[in-house]
Write a protein that binds this ligand. Structure first.
Ligand code: PGA
Length: 249
């Protein structure tokens, strides 16, 4: 059975006191749910956040990491560093990392390998830009992003991967893919996986949708058979909205 997951990507928001305040609010809003609930604060607050979530079922995850084990990479963070503070899941390949920090498929393949080698779980993000969709190329783009970064892996590695389809034109824009557009792409992703790795890997893969998911649209998106949850940006910064989305399952 694949897991339902709702992950909040806080991006470069919330200083230490805001991080603590939001986690306090999240703990107060938390209800029993089948979904795994995760939040990704900024790297400097991860350690404190790991302490603050204790007593809840919220997992603290990272927004990024480097592929090297250690060494002369000023400003970067390794898998071991994350693990040493209790962070075992990392988001990789977010479109903002690709766009503003020039992360390529090749670099992301190395990051995925580094995280998996350390026993971490990866939430791997990808998605087409508006021009791709307008040109009808969205499936080709998504297929190549997934294949270039992940298809060197053995089937067993996919147990520690979660996919997050995030059409770039829907991120932070208030424009969401329609539930049908999300479903069509998620079904295509699952088929792409099945064609190479077989139906077991494909059927067990959690595929999240991201891009302007809000309390008002979450239920319809999550009701689609191939949508297993969401990666939430803006709406994850308010505990009430975030848990309204979690509870949309
Ligand atoms: P958004 O961000 O919900 O603010 O559109 C989603 C994301 O970037 O993961």
């Amino acid at each position: 059975m694949r897991k339902q997951i709702v992950a909040g990507n806080w991006k470069m928001n919330n200083d230490l006191s805001q991080t603590e305040a939001l986690i306090t609010d999240l703990k107060a809003q938390e209800k029993t749910t089948n979904a795994e609930v995760m939040v990704a604060p900024t790297a400097v607050n991860l350690s404190q956040a790991c302490n603050s979530v204790k007593g809840s079922n919220i997992e603290v995850i990272a927004q990024n990491m480097h592929f090297a084990e250690n060494g002369a990479y000023t400003g970067e963070i390794s898998a071991d560093m994350l693990k040493s503070i209790g962070v075992n899941t990392v988001i990789l390949g977010h479109s903002e990392r690709r766009e503003y920090f020039n992360e390529t498929d090749e670099m992301l393949a190395k990051k995925v390998d580094a995280a998996l080698a350390k026993g971490m779980r990866v939430i791997f993000c990808f998605g087409e830009e508006l021009a791709d969709r307008k040109a009808g190329n969205e499936e080709t783009v998504v297929e190549s992003q997934i294949k270039n970064a992940l298809f060197h892996l053995e089937a067993a590695a996919f147990q520690n991967i979660v996919l997050a389809y995030e059409p770039v034109w829907a991120i932070g824009t208030g424009e969401t893919a329609s539930p049908e557009q999300a479903q069509d792409m998620h079904a295509f992703i699952r088929k792409t996986l099945a064609d190479t790795y077989g139906t077991e890997v494909a059927d067990n893969m959690s595929i999240l949708y991201g891009g302007s998911v809000k309390p008002a649209n979450a239920e319809e998106i999550f009701s689609k058979p191939d949508v297993d949850g969401g990666l939430i940006g803006g709406a994850s910064l308010k505990a009430e909205d975030f848990f309204a989305i979690v509870n949309a399952f």
